[in-house]
Design a protein around this ligand. Structure first.
Ligand SMILES: Nc1ncnc2c1ncn2[C@@H]1O[C@H](COP(=O)(O)OP(=O)(O)OP(=O)(O)O)[C@@H](O)[C@H]1O
Length: 819
């Protein structure tokens, strides 16, 4: 029962919410406002017309449906009937107020004047209606056309109680109250409208400017003649002079500055002032009292309680970036395969391993006080507490001996386990359990995570789902020997993001030199991928394009920083929040910024072919892009120092190592050994700063990725992939060809011969044969294309060579020279 009532309540609130949305919609308001406006004009016309045609139209009353009857009213039968209802049956002449009120209501709605004002007008309007009807009823001798039934009835009701005189008093009181409250008319205000005494005296004063001193003196003399002697009078004269000039000084608002004579006078009279100060002060007060200040009523400035952005949010709600693909459905869990995730390590295996560990250690005289096993999906962690006085390094040195006695690969000793005070020995299970992508995606940890870019990588040794936030990472470096699970790991990362982020919130830039690993994601190009303008494929497989894309991302980064600076925020999260709250104007170039995740598979290959050209923009992005939402995931097979250079390493604090072949490789990636002792098949170590965590990567295979990309790809998409800013190479090689013969590279002829001999139009051939850098080789190919020696760019295929042999080439170049 309570559930049912809860449902009812939520339904009701939903309905109310929808109604409120509808009412707040600006279109609804405009239509309603217009209707009010026009309806008021309709009523007004009908009412006026009614006063002239009411007699003729009497037959139409209540005969709306009767077609035989015609109305004289300008607005037909409906006008006649409405007028009859409002005027005759209602308020008489006062009913004119109704269209007036409707008119202002419509106007208020159209101009978005707060609803409070509309209610206020109607309150006063209704009061005015009743009162006017009552007044007309009284004076028009209960004529229903003038006073309406309401006016007549009110009169009939009130007169027996108040008698006509009482009613008049009541009516007058009513009007007076109306004016006092509505227009704030108070006795002071009325007094203020009358000409003031002070004004008159001021006028007089101005006429008698010169005489005023004497007059004042005379008055004083009369009043004080008995008390004061002549000397006082003389002194008073001087004092008066001072007072008047002081008043003038005050009146003229400092127009007249105290002059030296004035100062002199003050000095001269000062002793007398002291003697007769009482008289002088009271006189001054008298004069001052007469000059009362008329304080002008300052109109209260209208203020709005909400600013523009709040108003916009109120009217249209927060900006919703997902609205363009409002019906987008996130991939469902059933697209991912379910495995039997239950870990089955039999007790015998655990006991046997325990005994072997204890025996091996005993052989080296290491006593164990305690041993505990934690069973994970692929390995079991045996935590041992050695007896007091045993050196940890002694156990660490026995790694190989323990591995030998357990006759198992991938034994790793963690001595001590950070924060635990025990020594860990990781022993692979005989039967590893596959961690399904389904289980990690379905885990509460992932589903309820509030991270910006949550990634469910797999399960830890304690069989807990391991999640990290790519936004905080902020870049990820992955390395591992071939066949150890890197591609699966990349797919797991991409899948996690696809399950959590709407296409409006994230875009991927995928670089796949192997051309086969990420092709499945082509299906979601228009949903999730970003690409350079005027390129066909969103997934980048060609080194030139990689360089252009990386530089384009750098431009995007700079643009985004400009936007952030404009918006006065520090990172993309704050920026997007501000944009959603409609505090940033799209007309000033602001837009919702999706996260951009750049995934590079096979980084080693890129460094080999393009060297500095990729390293520099990658380092720039890695250093600066974290705040503006561009994150890098770089994977490589070859974790050698010339691939993972110092500068790259320094900017990729989060690193994942799958199994590698040597300790040196492990150190290159993780700055620690251990990756060489992993067992492969998705067994990985992830390091962020000092911590090394062993995780079994979730397994997602190609059919699953295909199902997910099919699911997303079949839905409505954006018209095109997210466009990255255009990048034109320093030499313009991004778009244009070098046509001018004079600008040709010195090695042009040599390059042409190499290409013609090999009959293969590729930049890498030139790089190898002529020992050139990628840039120069690329430029040469462009020049060869402009000269008509090689054909246009054909994606992954080498360019066609248009000259068959050296003789034809010589001929062609000679012709070119002659021309
Ligand atoms: N998490 C995992 N769980 C179980 N098996 C895995 C896992 N990851 C990888 N494997 C197994 O390892 C094989 C190779 O994985 P993957 O293709 O990802 O390796 P790779 O490192 O990308 O290799 P290459 O560099 O040659 O592309 C997979 O076909 C799969 O059988």
């Amino acid at each position: 029962m309570p559930k049912k009532s809860n449902k009812k309540v939520t339904k009701n609130t939903e309905r109310k919410e929808k109604l409120r949305e509808f009412a707040n919609n600006r279109q609804t308001q405009t239509v309603f406002g217009l209707f009010m406006l026009l309806f008021s004009i309709f009523l007004f016309t009908a009412f006026i017309s009614f006063f002239f045609t009411w007699q003729a139209d009497q037959s139409t009353v209540n005969q709306l449906a009767n077609k035989a009857i015609e109305a004289q009213n300008l607005l037909g039968k409906l006008g006649a009937n409405l007028s009859y209802f409002f005027i005759y049956k209602g308020f008489g002449v006062a009913a004119i107020l109704i269209p007036v009120l409707l008119f202002f209501t419509g106007l208020y709605i159209l101009l978005k004047i707060p609803i409070k004002k509309i209610f206020k007008s109607w309150n006063w309007g209704m009061l005015g209606l009743i009162w006017t009807a009552t007044t007309f009823g009284f004076f028009a001798d209960k004529n229903a056309l003038i006073a309406g039934v309401v006016g007549v009835e009110l009169n009939s009701f009130l007169i027996p109680y108040l008698a006509p005189l009482g009613l008049i008093i009541l009516i007058v009181f009513g009007y007076a109250t109306y004016f006092v409250i509505r227009f704030k008319i108070t006795p002071e205000k009325i007094k203020g409208w009358l000409p003031k005494k002070e004004d008159i005296s001021e006028l007089k004063n101005s006429f008698k400017a010169t005489e005023s001193d004497e007059n004042l003196d005379d008055e004083e003399d009369n009043k004080d003649s008995e008390e004061k002697n002549t000397s006082i009078n003389d002194e008073n004269e001087i004092i008066k002079e001072k007072i008047i000039s002081l008043d003038e000084f005050e009146e003229k608002d400092q127009e007249v500055k105290p002059t030296s004579t004035f100062e002199m006078a003050v000095k001269n009279v000062s002793p007398t002032i002291q003697n007769h100060s009482n008289i002088n002060v009271s006189k001054k007060e008298e004069i001052k009292e007469e000059l009362k200040i008329d304080v002008e009523q300052v109109k209260k400035e209208e203020i709005t309680t909400s600013n523009l952005s709040d108003q916009l949010v109120k009217d249209f709600g927060e900006f919703d970036p997902t609205l363009d693909l409002g019906n987008y459905k996130f991939p469902t869990l059933n697209l991912l395969r379910e495995f039997d995730d239950s870990i089955s390590v039999d007790a015998g295996e655990l006991e046997a391993n325990k005994n072997k560990i204890v025996d091996t250690l005993n052989n080296y005289k290491i006593g164990i006080a305690q041993i505990k096993a934690t069973v994970g999906p692929t390995i079991t962690l045996y935590e041992i507490v050695p007896e007091a006085g045993i050196r940890i390094s002694k156990i660490k040195n026995l790694e190989d001996d323990i591995a030998l006695s357990l006759s198992a690969l991938g034994i790793r000793i963690i001595a001590p386990i950070p924060g635990k005070g025990t020594i860990g020995i990781e022993v692979p299970n005989q039967k590893a359990t596959v961690v399904s992508m389904n289980s990690v995606i379905a885990s509460n940890r992932f589903q309820q995570s509030k991270m910006e870019l949550p990634i469910a990588l797999g399960k830890t040794i304690a069989n807990e789902t391991f999640i990290f936030d790519l936004a905080k990472a902020p870049h990820l470096l992955m390395a591992g020997a071939t066949g150890q699970g890197k591609s699966v790991g990349l797919n797991a990362i991409l899948t996690s993001l696809l399950y959590k982020k709407h296409p409006a919130e994230i875009k991927f830039v995928l670089v796949d030199p192997k051309k086969v690993e990420l092709t499945l994601f082509n299906k979601i190009e228009r949903h999730y991928l970003a690409k350079l303008p005027d390129t066909d494929e969103a997934i980048i497989t060609d080194t030139t394009k990689v360089v252009h894309t990386l530089n384009s991302l750098c431009i995007e980064m700079d643009n985004r920083y400009d936007l952030l600076k404009d918006a006065m925020v520090r990172n993309i999260k704050e920026y997007n929040e501000k944009f959603k709250a409609r505090k940033l104007n799209p007309n000033e170039g602001h837009k919702f910024l999706p996260y951009i995740v750049l995934v590079i598979d096979e980084f080693a290959d890129l460094i080999m072919t393009a060297g500095k050209e990729v390293e520099t923009p990658i380092a720039r992005l890695a250093q600066l892009a974290r705040a503006i939402g561009i994150h890098l995931i770089v994977a490589t097979q070859r974790p050698s120092v010339n691939v993972i250079t110092g500068i790259i390493k320094a900017n990729f604090p989060l690193r994942i190592a799958f199994r590698v072949t040597s300790k040196i490789d492990s150190r290159t990636i993780l700055d620690a050994p251990g990756a060489d002792q992993l067992i492969g098949r998705g067994d990985l170590l992830i390091s962020s700063g000092n911590d090394l965590i062993r995780v079994q990567c979730a397994f997602v295979d190609t059919p699953e990725v295909e199902k997910i990309t099919d699911f997303i790809g079949s839905q409505r998409a954006y018209p095109e992939a997210y466009q990255l800013p255009e990048y034109v190479g320093e030499d313009g090689s991004g778009t244009e060809l070098d046509i001018d013969i004079a600008d040709r590279d010195k090695l042009f002829r040599e390059a042409a011969e190499t290409i013609v001999i090999a009959q293969q139009g590729s930049a890498s051939l030139l790089q190898r044969k002529l020992k050139l850098g990628y840039n120069r080789a690329g430029r040469l190919i462009d020049q060869l294309e402009a000269a008509g020696i090689v054909g246009p760019f054909e994606g992954s295929k080498a360019r066609q060579v248009l000259i068959n042999d050296l003789a034809s080439l010589d001929q062609m170049l000679a012709d070119e020279k002659n021309n």
